[in-house]
Design a protein around this ligand. Structure first.
Ligand code: ADP
Length: 339
């Protein structure tokens, strides 16, 4: 159990900068979720921490020990990190028990078996110890993979999209079970996902990535309540982007003012308004263009002055209706145009 630190890490593939000067700390015994769209560099971070590839520049430490730098590359098997990768499947010819026991080669045979069973028990699969991977469901296989990663008491565990490919109900169940196991094991965890909900559900800390850059690293609540850029705001759910000028410390929109006192007077600014921060009330000023259910809410497209906004609202609005729209200040953020 250790913290994992990346300092100014760079990695390119040909002309593609997969990681551009990334500095990041995964706190000890907590879950750091790496959230970003496909291609943003999340898996590259995990591969570099695992030592599957070298860094081009910068340094990776686990605890106090340098694992990767331009001068040093500790071998993967000596880093003591556990991995559950999307395509890192179980050994098909070994039972679940033998898969978990596989990494425990420093222990005697009896102790290996007991430890493997203990970990299968922790993921709720002790009764399947004798089953082969093809006899297990996708979710069960991922639970065995998690037990296999955690059994050798790694200093950190790396999970790369571990729930993708599972149906939504199973996904939520497995996510909760995985989190419970990780909390019990108190293992430093890096968890890669492109799914904001997964990230918010598992993360103690959240790192938002885009195009090889770290956009924001903070507590999940802070990332939601105080994004540092339009892109960081967009990572956690649908937003509306509004451009305008700062006048009297605010940006005037068709639906009220957005506070912008922190920006220079007269400057061009862009605001992110979370879809759930638009309140639709009876009145006029905007027309409902479409209504689509989205869980407990509706996604409502509303038009005003030739501009279309997207709201997440309680299912009340009807197509063609006119509504009044209010922006709730807690979900509206103004940035200078360069942000
Ligand atoms: P993510 O995990 O966020 O989807 P990746 O870390 O897999 O992103 O990839 C980051 C970028 O690096 C992408 O543009 C990807 O195409 C590129 N990349 C990753 N691995 C390789 C590789 N082995 N060869 C060439 N390009 C790669």
């Amino acid at each position: 159990m250790s913290l994992v630190t990346l300092s100014r890490v760079r990695r390119s593939y040909g002309g593609v900068r997969a990681l551009d000067d990334v500095s990041l700390t995964a706190p000890e015994a907590q879950v750091l979720a790496l959230l970003g769209p496909s291609g943003s560099g999340k898996s590259t971070i995990l591969r570099l921490i695992a030592g599957l590839e070298p860094v081009d520049a910068g340094e990776i430490r686990i605890g106090d020990e340098v694992m990767s730098s331009s001068a040093r590359a500790v071998a993967t098997e000596e880093r003591r990190v556990g991995m559950v990768f999307q395509d890192y499947s179980l050994f098909p010819h070994l039972t679940a028990g033998a898969n978990v026991a596989f990494g425990l080669n420093k222990l005697g045979r009896a102790e290996r078996e007991t430890t493997a069973l203990k970990w299968l028990d922790r993921v709720g699969l002790k009764h399947r110890a004798g089953s082969y991977p093809h006899e297990l469901s996708g979710g069960e296989q991922q639970r065995v993979a998690l037990a296999r990663a955690l059994a050798p008491a790694p200093r950190a565990v790396l999970l790369d999209e571990p729930f993708s490919g599972l149906d939504p109900v199973l996904r939520a169940e497995l996510r909760d079970a995985t989190l419970a196991t990780l909390m019990e094991a108190r293992t430093t965890t890096l968890f890669v996902t492109h799914d904001a909900e997964d990230a918010l559900q598992v993360a103690d800390r959240l790192a938002i990535m885009k195009a090889g850059k770290l956009l924001q690293e903070s507590a999940p609540r802070q990332a939601y309540d105080a994004p540092t850029s339009i892109d960081a705001a967009a990572a956690l759910g649908p937003i509306n982007v509004f451009e305008g000028r700062v006048e009297h410390g605010a940006m005037a929109t068709p639906f009220g003012a957005i506070k912008a006192a922190h920006l220079p007077e007269g400057a061009c600014a862009r605001a992110a308004v979370r879809a759930e921060a638009l309140r639709l009330i009876p009145g006029d000023g905007a027309r409902v263009l479409s209504v689509r259910p989205h869980g407990a809410h509706d996604v409502v497209r509303i038009g005003s002055g030739g501009v279309v906004w997207r709201a997440l609202a309680p299912p009340r609005s009807a197509l063609g209706e006119t509504v009044s729209v209010e922006i709730q200040p807690a979900g509206a953020f103004a940035f200078s145009v360069s942000s």
